[in-house]
Design a protein. Sequence first.
Length: 227
Amino acid sequence: MDSSLESSSSSNGPPTRCCRTCKIIVIGDAGVGKTCLTHRFCTGQFPTRTEATIGVDFREKLLQIDGEKIKVQLWDTAGQERFRKSMVQHYYRNVHGIVFVFDVTNQSSFCNLPLWMDECRQHSLGLEIPRALVCNKADLMSSNASVLIEQARHLAEVHGMSFYLTSAKGLKGDQVDSIFMALAQRLKSQRRESVNGRVLECRAESLKIQARVITAQETKKKWTCIC
Ligand SMILES: Nc1nc2c(ncn2[C@@H]2O[C@H](COP(=O)(O)OP(=O)(O)OP(=O)(O)O)[C@@H](O)[C@H]2O)c(=O)[nH]1
């Protein structure tokens, strides 16, 4: 991938329009590190101080992928129910990518992932939308975290998601960058495909049908949480 990070910006206001835009929502329980991950990607820094997100924060970064400019717009959503209610309708609209985050030191944040996936389904986000599963706070990982990580890898595989073990705080931000760069790259190749005919539309349609038949029951059968 010939990708480079051209510029970055961060704001609390609504996103601005420019070149092709890729809207990625970042969701997961409160305190798993969604704000830190998006901040790290957009500024290259771990924030010195964070507060619980209220509603949604927007951050943007302009990428250059194979000679094309793509604006990655990150919607950092509140993990706490009381801070997100009024915004839900807005952030599930026109989504191009989804990043699910859990905290390796907090098992319940992993066990709650199916609830976040259900919420996406309820807002008609089908399986054709590229998604990633992020296990964050790797710098705090204990030696017995390997079972949880294996479960997470399996969950990602079952749901066709890329899996990343990251630390928003770690010295190297490479893995954090990879999450969003890979999603932007996938969006770009999907668009190229759609230019070549209705291939993508057909594939998306068949995936939507598959998504409908994967009921919560079936999901449970394929994946059992250790909680
Ligand atoms: N050690 C370590 N701490 C982290 C990491 N990522 C986030 N944190 C800390 O975890 C806490 C919560 O981080 P946030 O990024 O605010 O979490 P959030 O998911 O955005 O939380 P909400 O906005 O409430 O949904 C903060 O104290 C961060 O400093 C990480 O990779 N490693």
